[in-house]
Write a protein that binds this ligand. Structure first.
Ligand SMILES: [Zn+2]
Length: 72
């Protein structure tokens, strides 16, 4: 797992983009500012209870996004 993925200026020409949450390359998902969240993670975040440990992990991952308040 790559911990620090520096933002590249080059647009990914290969299939998909790297999801900020699961750090996997996915083809479908949403963009939040400059970050990409895959469909699966988006759904997970929405359905995961805020008391769930995983939710904290998602939030942590989402903090990488320049505007961390968006999910609060
Ligand atoms: Zn993902």
């Amino acid at each position: 797992m790559e911990v620090e993925m520096l933002e590249t200026t080059t647009t990914e020409k290969t299939a998909g983009e790297t999801c900020v949450v699961c750090e996997c390359r996915k083809t479908s998902g949403i963009h939040i500012y400059t970050s990409f969240i895959c469909e699966e993670c988006e759904r997970e975040i929405i359905t995961t209870d805020t008391k769930d440990e995983r939710y904290k992990y998602y939030l942590k991952q989402l903090k990488k996004i320049t505007h961390p308040e968006i999910f609060s």
